[in-house]
Design a protein around this ligand. Structure first.
Ligand code: DON
Length: 307
């Protein structure tokens, strides 16, 4: 029997397509120049079946959607104690680029905000690794989640680095608290390259499905990270993945999720499906406007809310 999913995706695409509200990210010039009309979506089932619709093969930068995956790599590489010692798991209730450090310890409140993600980047790979090998570990790890070799977009990277004063300031704060033990500028450079990894909405759905499949890639069957790591990552995505919109998201959509400032959005439903959408116009929280609308439709039409 033919799957009903392609027709369903075409129908919801048509429903959200006319919405022109929001604007592409302005603080990274290369992202501001993105075609705002792009709209793509994909579902990757845990059995390896993938359905896509719209601009599903358009490459864009992963940005903050890299954060949960690199958090998974850090947990797998260094263990829970080391990572939790440096990065908390509490929602910040603040914007993604606020300083949001715990009073006293200086630990970033969680790994989904920039402060936590910069610290997370420094914890991927082994303690002895230099910056270049660490970045390679991150790119190889993201590629393992996607099931294909991913590359960076050097012009988006350079464009963000030229305006990275806020992330550099956050990294220097982390260095004063010994959350970072290396040169802050080098860590920000690695983190920014991590954010510039190019993906399609199809890749993101498969990456989300690897989380939904308890860390095993749904097509290749390769284990990417251990099960307990996935539980930790999905828990933090559900409380912190949508930043200061996390409460609205939890009540209205109810799927562990993560957004990126290039317009990507992923959701991961354990044991079922990885979902991804791409539409560059963002709301005030830095989340894709039409992506949020699509996820609200998916959740209510298919009863995907976890509660
Ligand atoms: O560090 C930054 O500001 C960007 N590279 C990533 C931010 C981001 O994607 C926020 N998410 N919606």
């Amino acid at each position: 029997m033919r799957s009903p999913i392609p027709d369903y995706l075409a129908e919801v695409r048509g429903a959200v397509e006319p919405d022109r509200s929001g604007a592409p990210a302005g603080y990274i010039p290369e992202l501001a120049a993105a075609d705002p009309e792009r709209l793509g979506m994909a579902f990757a089932m845990v059995d390896g079946e993938v359905h896509a619709c719209g601009d599903a093969d358009q490459a864009f930068t992963i940005q903050s959607i890299s954060k949960p995956f690199v958090y998974a790599l850090a947990l797998a590489d260094r263990g829970f104690d080391t990572v939790l010692d440096k990065i908390g798991v509490e929602p910040s209730g603040e914007a993604f680029n606020e300083i949001s450090l715990e009073a006293g310890t200086g630990r970033p409140l969680n790994p989904m905000i920039n402060a936590g993600a910069i610290a997370t980047h420094s914890l991927a790979g082994t303690e002895q690794m230099g910056a270049g090998d660490r970045l390679q570990r991150v790119i190889d790890g993201l590629s393992a989640f996607a099931g294909r070799s991913l590359a960076t977009d050097e012009s988006v990277f350079a464009s963000e680095m030229a305006h990275a004063h806020r992330n550099l300031a956050i990294a220097h704060m982390l260095r004063t608290h010994d959350i970072l033990t290396e040169d802050p500028a080098t860590v920000v450079e690695g983190y920014t390259r991590q954010c510039s990894v190019l993906v399609t909405v199809r890749d993101l759905a498969v990456m989300a499905a690897t989380l939904a499949n308890n860390g095993v890639h749904p097509v290749s069957g390769q284990r990417v990270v251990p099960g307990p790591v996935v539980r930790q990552v999905l828990s933090v995505m559900s409380t912190c993945g949508m930043y200061d919109a996390a409460g609205d998201w939890a009540t209205q959509v109810g799927i562990p999720a993560k957004s990126g400032v290039a317009g990507g959005l992923i959701g991961s439903l354990p044991g079922q499906v990885g979902i991804a959408t791409f539409s560059p116009r963002l709301d005030a929280h830095g989340n894709s406007v039409r992506g949020v609308s699509l996820f609200k439709r998916f959740s209510s039409d298919m009863g995907l809310h976890l509660m």
